[in-house]
Design a binder for this molecule. Structure first.
Ligand code: DGL
Length: 270
């Protein structure tokens, strides 16, 4: 059985890349719902409905465990799927998210204890980061800030364009104006690491930039070590298969660019 990795589009590739570096032996099935991205501006109900469809599609194709490599889906759908849907779909399967593992490492990263979260409007509206940080590290002052144009820049491969400079500079200035004591900025959307060169250009040098890929990979490795009943059913032929809800041509060219090696996908519909 495989490990499923799901995102609304290309962002989850930033997570898959790091997971494969850390756990190269397993077989992975990636699904990007590119035809319906972005999710970040959609309602709670729609994100939940789309995410559940994707999780079921990955289970039907042989995944035992699915990582929601998407903060918006983790914020809006994970809890309901874990608590309400999994028991009736198949209680032996698992769905994991990306927010909790990120929050767990933040307290040791920030010296000023002022942390900024850059994310989609949906993730910001859910306040998932400030709620989780409030529980785990109440000493941290959290500022959540939405960057509605960043995902469209990535989905349309405008990451090197002057438009990217404009919107990256604008949002970094805006969040630091809200709280100038921020010393740690979390890229709380898996698409954002694809804008990392620009983000580093416009963020002050003393500010840490947190990307989730390695954090999620480490947390998955730890999870599999603690859950042998899941781990020992996973196949280990070191492959990655890619599914998209869009045409394969566009997915393959952008995904190959982002992964740094050729990607050949298949189109699915729900
Ligand atoms: N990459 C996703 C996230 O981490 C979703 C982006 C979107 O579709 O708006 O939030």
């Amino acid at each position: 059985m495989k490990i499923g990795v799901f995102d609304s589009g290309y962002g989850g590739l930033t997570i898959l890349k790091e997971i494969r570096k850390r756990l190269p032996q397993y077989d992975y099935l990636y699904l990007g719902d590119n035809a319906r991205a972005p999710y970040g501006t959609r309602s709670f109900e729609i994100v939940y409905e789309f995410t559940l469809q994707a999780v079921k599609a990955l289970f039907e194709r042989g995944c035992r465990l699915v990582v929601l490599a998407c903060n918006t889906a983790s914020a809006k759908a994970l809890r309901t799927i874990q608590q309400n849907d999994l028991p009736s779909i198949d209680p032996s399967k698992r769905v994991l998210g990306v927010i909790r593992p990120t929050v767990e490492i933040l307290s040791e990263m920030s010296k000023t204890k002022h942390v900024g979260i850059l994310a989609t409007p949906g993730t910001v509206k859910s306040h998932s980061y400030s709620i989780e940080l409030g529980k785990l590290s109440p000493e941290i002052i959290t500022t959540e800030h939405a960057c509605p144009m960043w995902v469209p820049l990535v989905e349309n491969n405008e990451i090197d364009s002057p438009g990217a400079d404009y919107f990256v500079e604008k949002e970094i200035k805006n969040i630091l104006a809200k709280d100038p004591q921020i010393d740690t900025l979390v890229l709380g959307c898996t698409h954002y690491p694809l804008l990392l060169p620009k983000i580093k250009e416009y963020a002050p040098e003393n500010v840490n930039i947190v990307c989730q890929g390695q954090i999620v990979a480490e947390s998955l490795a730890d999870y599999l070590q603690r859950h042998h009943e899941i781990e020992n059913r996973l196949s280990t032929t070191a492959t990655a298969t890619y599914l998209t809800t869009e045409h394969t041509e566009k997915f393959d060219s952008l995904a190959s660019l982002f992964m740094g090696k050729p990607v050949m996908s298949h189109t699915i519909s729900f």
